[in-house]
Design a protein around this ligand. Sequence first.
Ligand code: BDR
Ligand code: CA
Length: 309
Amino acid sequence: MPRSIIIDCDPGVDDAIALLLAIAQPSALNILGITTVAGNVPLNYTSQNALKICALTKVDIPIYAGCPRPILRPLSTAAHVHGATGLQGTKLPEPKATLMVQHAVAFLIDTLQQATEPITLATLGPLTNIAVALIQAPQITQKIDHIIAMGGAITHGNVTPAAEFNIYVDPHAAQIVFGAGIPIKLITLDTTHQVLTTSKHLDAFRQLNTPVGIAAADLLSHYGTSDIERYGMPGAPLHDPCVIAHLLQPELFTFRPTYTTVDTISPENLGRTVIDWWGQTDKTPNVEVAASVNTPGIYELLIESLGTL
Ligand code: BDR
Ligand code: CA
């Protein structure tokens, strides 16, 4: 039986690769819907980009546009990193499908309320849609199997010294989600900065010699150049596909239970995930944080999976 999931995302190059990975594994993942949120780029682009990825793979997954801005803060995008439209100008098929009329938050609430089995939420962007759904219908927590999220940092941020992008964009949403009593797994920058796309991987995607393989290579060849320069890394960190990889092959990661909160007040630390890694508080752990990753395993899974599309 495939696991039923909803993917909440803000494509974004790495979100796009994560969507391709999920779409490539229908026997493991039953994608009930894709919900989009403002993040890497404004909502109209994240939604159009999700439609383009579905058009590229010729799948018919309903896509629901969600919140156009964070709960309290103005939207700060990463367009300078991901290009103005979020997909670095890579040529993708124009979508024939259109967005669903229903709002992403209404879709999340209706789908969870009607679910007969728990649903997993895979989140790849700011947590605005999920937080608003939890505010509107707190009873949906009963129907969420768990949330597996990319976000936060144990050590250093990538937007500010303290904060990772997804949490920084909507820290209030993240704090609502982390405090909702839902089982949460968090894959932070400390893990994704070990999952670096090198020229060897780009060649492997291109050698698939399929529209999907070539698109993945094109997308990734421009991706993360600012990260490579800034951090002096040999490749760009592939954040969001880790979330889907974990659902497909949990053994690629280890996790550690922690008490985790989000700083929503301090100007210097806004959006920082405060992770009690050493158990220094007496608080009950609320978030399992990724502790290790098998990087070669992630790329093997990605290349093999995308090769099936
Ligand atoms: C996260 O921020 C976005 O730019 C990426 O898509 C990823 O979800 C990494 O900090
Ligand atoms: Ca993302």
